[in-house]
Ligand binder design. Structure first.
Ligand SMILES: Cc1cc2nc3c(=O)[nH]c(=O)nc-3n(C[C@H](O)[C@H](O)[C@H](O)COP(=O)(O)OP(=O)(O)OC[C@H]3O[C@@H](n4cnc5c(N)ncnc54)[C@H](O)[C@@H]3O)c2cc1C
Length: 332
């Protein structure tokens, strides 16, 4: 696919001729706001600036209004994220409150196509699919993030992953252009997705386009089936989660990825680390791959617990655990 072809929407096309771009912005700005409010760990420093776009067009305008040097952090629900205590330079863009379009675009007796904007929660997509008798998205019910975050992480559980059901994605880049990409354009791995740099992308304009870009929506192709069975499965998955995860305390899910053929939680538990604590951060006694915030944990506490888990497991088992949560920001 030629990435320049589809649905191209550039700043030049949409910026008002008067140049009073900022006046046309309809989103909300928060200055110097704690990221504790915006991460499921409820820990970490301040964001210099937060922008909550009114919708996709507004987000496009906003990106165009930024200086080239402004760092941008596109976030969903912050459920896989640790922001260091020194905070974040630049602008955090929160998509979860907005970009909430969710539509059934096509359905026949064999399959259906759902379009979900990046800010829609995964759980909502799972319920929406079941409501329309589409099956295969039930696993999304257990992922407490957004569609954008699930695309970025290739989130998954119980043997299913986000990109297995993705037909194509809608992308917005730093220059305000919107286009589509297909799974073939990405290296898709366990909890990791990266863009393949195509040798066919030769000219400078195209190179710039792929320099910084984000998911603003995704199309899920799902098989037609029985909605009631799907809803039952969703309920069962939720019960299983409540039974196995410490959902009563702030956490960010599994801290480390499962190594091939094994479970990070099993390795951590086998090293006697359940209950290990630094400040307000503790290795959960319910699920050893979770670090819970038992109250007032700093990001540094959490990072130190992670370091000890990684070092101990490597020393005792020879397995180097790979971090699954994303860590951003400055140390204090
Ligand atoms: C209790 C609990 C259980 C969990 N269980 C699972 C599980 O079973 N399986 C699993 O895979 N994960 C699990 N997670 C982790 C987390 O929910 C997923 O990784 C989720 O996909 C993150 O979505 P988010 O919207 O919160 O992303 P965020 O945490 O906001 O962001 C995560 C990363 O994605 C990037 N990102 C976010 N939105 C976009 C976008 N629109 N475009 C480009 N990049 C973007 C961010 O920059 C960041 O690097 C769990 C977390 C918790 C708290």
């Amino acid at each position: 696919m030629n990435i320049l072809e589809i649905d191209k929407l550039s700043c030049d096309l949409h910026a008002p001729e008067t140049g009073t771009l900022s006046k046309s912005l309809r989103g909300k700005v928060h200055m110097k706001e704690s990221m504790k409010k915006h991460t499921s760990w409820r820990a970490g420093g301040e964001a210099e600036r937060i922008y909550i776009p009114a919708d996709l067009l507004d987000l496009t305008y906003f990106l165009c209004s930024l200086s080239e040097s402004e760092p941008v952090h596109m976030l969903g629900l912050g459920s896989n994220l640790l922001v260091r205590d020194g905070g974040l330079k630049g602008t955090v863009i929160l998509l979860h409150a907005q970009l909430g379009d969710l539509q059934l675009e096509h359905q026949d007796e064999i399959e259906g196509l759902i379009y979900a904007e990046a800010g829609v929660t995964c759980a909502k997509v799972a319920r929406f699919a079941a409501l329309h008798n589409l099956i295969g998205a039930e696993f999304l019910t257990g992922i407490p993030g957004t569609v954008g975050g699930a695309l970025a992480m290739n989130a998954g559980c119980y043997g299913a992953e986000m990109w297995e059901v993705i037909e194509k994605v809608k992308i917005l880049n730093r220059s305000g252009q919107i286009y589509e990409r297909r799974p073939i354009n990405y290296e898709i791995n366990y909890r990791h997705v990266s863009l393949k740099i195509k040798s066919s992308i030769e000219n400078q304009e195209s190179k710039n386009i792929i320099s910084e870009e984000w998911f603003v929506g995704g199309w899920l192709r799902l098989k037609s089936g029985n909605g009631a069975t799907s809803r039952k499965k969703i309920k069962e998955l939720l019960i299983r989660r409540i039974g196995s995860q410490p959902l009563n305390l702030p956490n960010a899910g599994s801290v480390f990825s499962n190594p091939p053929g094994d479970y990070a939680a099993r390795l951590i538990e086998s090293c006697g680390l359940k209950g290990f604590r630094v400040g307000g951060a503790t290795v959960s006694t319910k699920h050893a791959n979770f670090i819970v915030n038992t109250g007032h944990a700093t990001a540094a506490d959490i990072e130190e617990v992670m370091r000890v888990m990684q070092d101990t497991v490597e020393k005792k088992t020879g397995v180097k655990l790979m971090q699954e949560v994303r860590i951003i920001g400055e140390p204090r």
